[in-house]
Design a protein around this ligand. Structure first.
Ligand SMILES: Nc1ncnc2c1ncn2[C@@H]1O[C@H](COP(=O)(O)OP(=O)(O)O)[C@@H](O)[C@H]1O
Ligand SMILES: [Mg+2]
Length: 199
């Protein structure tokens, strides 16, 4: 099939990503949090965002809630649905990087291949942060009561129960969210951003 995008030509913008970053006073990157449900992705992403925002950075958190209900409301939780969900999020994040924003993403993103595709799309702007936490602890927390429903068979394809989670092989950062206090995890992320000269 002929690509529909064939005759779509890039417009050369005068306001570039570099100029936006200069105005913002920091680099644009994607902090990609991955881990089981209840491992702390949303909690840490929002807490880190708050620190960055107070420090004058342009930030935004993408989470299941603001993506699954809108942009990806047509997708299910099958393998192909999850892959397409991640693909769309990555493309959206790419645009936000052009805006000069620090984009924090909090998605289970259980499949290595899907995350690898994001890394390929975003290159060095992709910072993979693994929220490492045992299934026992996550299930014990059961923040949304979904593990119980999954155990009762009321939810299909639930990561960790009836759907796989593939740990990152070479994440940029591992947070021990099952045993470390939240403050320690936040500090580690902020420290990485300084080391990488993002802020
Ligand atoms: N070190 C930690 N990092 C993140 N969350 C933690 C930590 N320790 C305990 N928690 C708790 O674990 C839960 C994580 O839930 P949430 O952030 O919604 O997970 P996810 O977004 O990965 O599904 C929250 O209730 C949070 O207070
Ligand atoms: Mg969450």
């Amino acid at each position: 099939m002929e690509s529909l995008a064939k005759n779509v030509v890039w417009h050369q913008a005068a306001v570039t990503r570099e100029l936006r970053q200069e105005l913002n006073g920091h680099r644009a990157v994607n902090l990609w949090f991955t881990g089981l449900s209840g491992s702390g992705k949303s909690t840490i992403a929002h807490a880190v965002e708050e620190h960055l925002f107070r420090a004058g950075c342009r930030t935004f958190v993408f989470d299941g809630d603001n993506v699954r209900h809108g942009l990806c409301s047509d997708l299910d939780f099958s393998e192909s649905g999850r892959s397409e969900n991640i693909r769309r999020i990555a493309e959206m994040v790419k645009l936000f990087l052009e805006v000069g924003v620090i984009a924090l993403t909090a998605f289970i993103s259980p499949l290595r291949e899907d995350r690898q595709r994001v890394r390929e799309l975003l290159g060095e702007d992709f910072i993979e942060i693994y929220c490492q936490c045992s299934l026992d602890v996550c299930e014990g927390r059961d923040v949304k009561g979904l593990y119980r429903k999954a155990r009762e068979g009321k939810i299909q394809n639930y990561t960790g129960i009836s759907s796989p989670y593939e740990e990152p092989v070479h994440p940029d950062l591992v947070l021990d969210t099952g045993t470390s206090p939240l403050e320690t995890c936040i500090a580690k992320v902020l420290s990485l951003l300084k080391t990488r000269q993002v802020i």
